[in-house]
Ligand binder design. Structure first.
Ligand SMILES: Cc1cc2nc3c(=O)[nH]c(=O)nc-3n(C[C@H](O)[C@H](O)[C@H](O)COP(=O)(O)OP(=O)(O)OC[C@H]3O[C@@H](n4cnc5c(N)ncnc54)[C@H](O)[C@@H]3O)c2cc1C
Ligand code: FES
Length: 267
């Protein structure tokens, strides 16, 4: 009998971490050997199926981090530990880890974009296989109450050079020790940026456009910049054409693209 490539596997929710009112991480009882940057298709009966980046791997589970924006994600937020959802994947191209080995790597993320680069950070900081010679993380959120992965940020701050910024602290009662302003304004505060710096950039399209301009202004070569595309998807495996831009399928050829290619795909 032929395998149904669209059939997901039922997996149990092992844990739920509430980051903010809008964002939660789900630890799933799934044994998936994926790579940083890849995504899974998550489905819930009577709601639908959506692509979500893998935000963490362990030998026995994976983690996904979800922003509650609509039909499927809101249904996901109603689930509890012990409930099941359906999962297929991992899919897509990962970040090119070999290209970062022994290099200066700058990872820039906005908001939930941090979820997509978290496995890359963990791989570069905690594994021995691919080690950048210098690692900078620059991450921006709307305000201090929008911060994700606070515990992990503390851990990464001990191991690498980390700048956390917020657009505003208006309405906050607690003191904020990080930067205030748009992420793009902090690129110049990252030490050692030059033509050979490798950059991974994940966030909203406008942030990507502005930061690429700033990086190029700081002499970073466009072929040293990688981004991850969030595109509406249906099949996730290059069959339906839903994610297609010109001759590229974001689900198959991406979601990670080198900027030289990515800039011709912006429609
Ligand atoms: C490769 C990939 C990785 C992703 N990783 C994550 C992740 O780690 N965490 C996360 O929270 N989300 C992620 N997304 C986005 C996520 O797939 C959408 O938020 C989700 O499909 C929304 O489904 P919904 O039924 O809840 O919302 P809907 O009811 O379908 O839509 C609600 C709103 O979200 C918009 N939307 C729907 N799908 C997308 C999409 N693919 N991209 C951008 N906007 C969309 C709609 O236009 C609408 O405005 C990823 C998308 C892709 C393609
Ligand atoms: S989502 Fe179907 S081809 Fe990419």
């Amino acid at each position: 009998m032929m395998n149904n490539i669209y059939a997901g596997k039922a997996v149990k929710i092992l844990g739920i971490t509430k980051h903010t009112n809008m964002e939660r991480s789900f630890t799933l009882d799934a044994h998936i050997h994926g790579m940083p940057g890849q995504f899974v298709m998550v489905s819930l009966s009577h709601a639908g199926e959506i692509p979500i980046s893998i935000s963490g791997f362990s030998s026995t589970s994976i983690e996904i981090t979800v922003r509650n924006v609509g039909k499927v994600t809101s249904k996901l937020f109603q689930l509890k530990v012990g409930d099941k959802l359906h999962l297929r994947g991992p899919y897509g191209e990962s970040f090119p880890l070999e290209a970062f080995d022994g290099q200066h790597l700058l990872i820039i993320a906005g908001g939930t974009g941090l979820a997509a680069v978290k496995p890359l950070l963990e791989c570069c900081l905690d594994d021995d296989e691919y080690k950048p010679k210098k690692l900078n993380l620059l991450v921006g959120f709307k305000s201090p109450k929008h911060l994700l992965f606070k515990k992990e940020l503390d851990h990464w701050q001990k191991k690498g050079e980390v700048i956390v910024t917020v657009d505003t602290t208006e309405g906050e009662t607690e003191a904020w020790a990080g930067g205030i302003g748009f992420v793009v304004d902090f690129v110049k505060h990252v030490g050692g940026i030059g033509p050979e710096t490798k950059v991974v950039l994940v966030g909203p399209p406008l942030m990507i456009t502005n930061i690429v301009r700033e990086l190029v202004h700081n002499n970073v070569r466009e072929e040293n910049i990688w981004t991850s595309f969030e595109r509406h998807m249906k099949c996730g495996v290059g069959k339906c054409g839903h994610c297609r831009i010109r001759d590229k399928y974001v689900c198959l050829d991406g979601p990670v693209f080198n900027h030289v290619e990515a800039k011709s795909l912006i429609d």
